[in-house]
Design a binder for this molecule. Structure first.
Ligand SMILES: [Zn+2]
Length: 470
């Protein structure tokens, strides 16, 4: 079983360098959406530094600025002293920077050279710094959004601070006749947290109302993507409960960590998932009795995040009425929305197919085929005969063929017979290995009990509210 590659499911995606990848993802997230505190802090402290490739001099003194809006101390701490200083102490009592500070944010196509010149920083210093053995490798793999915080004396670089990943930072200081570089560790701490969402209009809105990050809700959706079609199944009144980890650094919240356990109550159906790491280090989500939550097919082969913002579960989806009439499911979605392979398989058709327009048909195991119609375009590597993994993008939503508006028409056939893709029983992925079963039950029981306790605690206020209303 392969894992989907959509960001929706990135939690599952194995990565050669998870720390770096996660952190850069976080940074994109922070910069793109300004959501986590980190992102916010960049905006607050260095208002113009978060754009693409913009440079902003933050003129001294920081202290005076801090006194006006003390929140800056909390979230944009002392670029060159990434040590923890209690907020109350830091406020107004922090060290006075001797030099002017500049934050360089790498934008698309930027070079350090250009950024230095634009900001009247010594390019000679840059050349020296970039040659340092501890610095050189990092200079070769800069990505947009990377920042360099530089303290300078009329362009002469005195100190440079650069976050390598969540737990490592690079500090370069001007020594006598040379620059010195050191990599420092920034340990993280994990705290457990809980969240409860109740859907009124959309999954995202319910998450925002409950104070959850988009990241957390996307991870949740990723966990239940095999059981719940987050485009068409969501109903007002659905509830979900999440037990998850938050990552802190120096006492400050950084981002959400893993979801430990979750429950999704969808339209009368209840789904639970518990994270388990086996002795081989493989982490995955299972039901309470050890079945994998993953299945050979995902319910909705479109990136739901592109759709759900417009989706109102109170309104009956006009297309639902026609499911049986035309033996497929239609997902109205903006043109260009990625379409994913519902399961592992082989491309047995790729091209125009009458009223279906641009169509891909996949052959899967168990004599199952899936069909994706009305595409605007095929994915580049979706060639006839090509093997695809579940979650691979095979094309993009469009309205080719007999379609009046952009949508994905999706069909599922078993032994040549159409089955409703939304209700057909799907084969499970492998359950927990027998040799891990007892350990699994022992370890997950308390986690599940905790989730149940939390769920019970959340039920009370609603009952009270209901009593009041009646
Ligand atoms: Zn259709």
């Amino acid at each position: 079983m392969n894992r989907p590659t959509s960001p929706l499911l990135h939690d599952y995606k194995p990565s050669a360098n998870p720390a770096r990848e996660k952190f850069s993802a976080l940074r994109w997230f922070a910069i793109g959406l300004g959501l986590p505190i980190i992102g916010l802090s960049i905006f607050i402290a260095f208002p113009a530094a978060s754009g693409t490739g913009s440079i902003d001099s933050v003129s001294e003194p920081m202290i005076a600025v801090n006194e006006v809006t003390p929140v800056q101390v909390i979230s944009a701490p002392l670029p060159f002293e990434p040590i923890s200083i209690p907020d109350n102490l830091a406020r107004g009592v922090g060290p006075t920077p001797k030099y002017e500070k500049v934050v360089l944010t790498i934008g698309r196509g930027d070079t350090m050279d250009e950024l230095f010149r634009k900001n009247k920083l010594s390019v000679g210093d840059l050349v020296q710094i970039a040659r340092l053995p501890d610095v050189a490798p990092h200079m070769r793999k800069l990505i947009p959004g990377d920042t360099f915080e530089i303290e300078h004396d009329e362009g002469r670089v005195m100190r440079l601070y650069h976050e390598l990943d969540l737990t490592h930072s690079l500090i370069v200081t001007r020594g006598i006749g040379q620059f010195d570089a050191e990599t420092i560790m920034r340990p993280t701490e994990i705290r457990q947290n809980v969240a409860h969402g109740r859907i009124e209009s959309s999954l995202f809105e319910s998450a925002a109302a409950a104070g959850m990050s988009d990241n957390l809700i996307m991870n949740l959706a990723g966990i239940f993507a095999w059981d719940v079609d987050f485009v068409l199944d969501i109903r007002a009144g659905d509830n979900y409960y999440i037990l998850y980890e938050d990552i802190y650094q120096d006492g400050k919240y950084i981002k959400n960590g893993e979801i430990l356990a979750a429950e999704f109550d969808n339209n009368g159906r209840t789904f639970q998932a518990i994270r388990f790491i086996d002795a081989d280090g493989r982490a995955d989500y299972y039901t309470a009795d050890g079945h994998s939550v993953r299945k050979a097919f995902i319910r909705a082969p479109v990136d739901f995040s592109r759709i759900s913002s417009n989706f109102n579960p109170r309104r009956r989806h006009p297309i639902l009425n026609t499911i049986r009439a035309h033996q497929g499911v239609d997902y109205a979605a903006p043109s260009g929305t990625p379409i994913k392979a519902a399961g592992d398989g082989k491309i047995i058709h790729r091209g125009r197919k009458g009223g279906y327009g641009n169509t891909v048909i996949l052959q899967h195991g168990g004599n199952i085929t899936t069909l994706y119609a009305h595409m605007s375009n095929f994915a580049k590597n979706a060639r006839l005969g090509q093997r695809v993994k579940q979650g691979d993008v095979i094309g993009f939503v469009g309205k080719s063929g007999l379609a009046t508006a952009p949508h994905l028409h999706y069909e599922y056939r078993l032994n040549g017979t159409h089955r409703n893709p939304r209700t057909v029983p799907l084969p499970d992925a492998d359950p927990i290995e027998a040799r891990f079963k007892s350990e699994f039950l022992a370890k997950t029981k308390p986690v599940l009990e905790e989730l149940e306790r939390y769920k019970a605690s959340q039920a009370e206020p609603q009952q009270v509210a209901a009593a009041k209303e009646s």
